[in-house]
Design a protein around this ligand. Structure first.
Ligand code: AMP
Length: 228
């Protein structure tokens, strides 16, 4: 069983990295942002409550997200473990999380604000299947059209310059300080998110002592301890 949390400023590629890790290790990728966006898109009661916060790039109130995370983890469909993406994001959420769940490591992706802004401005999302694209690193074959479902690619409503500024400022003020809290518990593994996704992923696995299942039988990975 492997239980990871992945953190990083917006644009650091945490969603992409979480998906790559989940795919190769049979983990369930749980993205709090995706769950909230699903509610907004479906105009559920929860979606209506959180939409304004999200569009303005502000954090959704703790009680709401904590409830969402608890509900999602309680489904227990994660037989081999999970990668939790986008939670915790402030001190209160971290305390709630550490009290309620056991995790193996927190993967923190680091990225300069300059690069984060450039990446967010080039980000597109499929309006059909919600696949992520990046016009710098991960371009669709046909401009503005999803490779997967042919849907139209759109800009996320929270990728406007004002919302980007607000989200990065929330990250700096509220999320970054929790790294120290997690470091005290020796749970953190930090990786540089600047290189291409494959390189970031390889470094992440090296730091975590993870070997993909196909090669695991031949090269047993020493269970690495987080904290480096
Ligand atoms: P993300 O897709 O991870 O960038 O999240 C998109 C938006 O969802 C954030 O800007 C917040 O408005 C909201 N959100 C996601 N996770 C959390 C969280 N742990 N706490 C509060 N708000 C969150």
């Amino acid at each position: 069983m492997r239980k990871f949390v992945i953190m990083g400023p917006q644009g650091s590629g945490k969603g992409t990295q979480a998906k790559m890790l989940a795919r190769d290790f049979d983990l369930v990728h749980i993205s709090v942002g995706d769950i909230l966006r699903w509610h907004v898109q479906g105009r559920t009661k929860l979606g209506t409550t959180v939409q304004r916060y999200m569009n303005e790039g502000r954090l959704v109130p703790d009680e709401i997200v904590s409830e969402v995370v608890k509900w999602r983890l309680d489904i227990h469909d994660w037989r081999y473990g999970f990668v939790l993406d986008g939670f915790p994001r402030n001190v209160a959420q971290t305390e709630f999380f550490l009290e309620n769940f056991d995790i193996d490591a927190v993967i923190a992706i680091e990225l300069s604000e300059e690069t984060a802004i450039a990446r967010m401005q080039s980000r597109r999302l499929c309006s059909g299947c919600a696949l992520d694209y990046n016009l710098i690193q991960l371009r669709p074959k046909v401009p503005e059209v999803c490779d997967n479902c042919g849907g139209r690619l759109v800009t996320r409503p929270d990728d406007t310059p004002e919302a980007i500024r607000a989200r990065l400022s929330e990250y700096r003020a509220k999320t970054h300080p929790i790294l120290d809290l997690l470091r005290e518990k020796e749970l953190i593994v930090t990786v540089d998110g600047t290189p291409a996704p494959d390189i970031v992923q390889a470094e992440m696995r090296r730091r975590l002592g993870l070997v993909a299942p196909s090669t695991e039988a031949r090269e047993p990975a020493g269970a690495a301890k987080a904290g480096s």
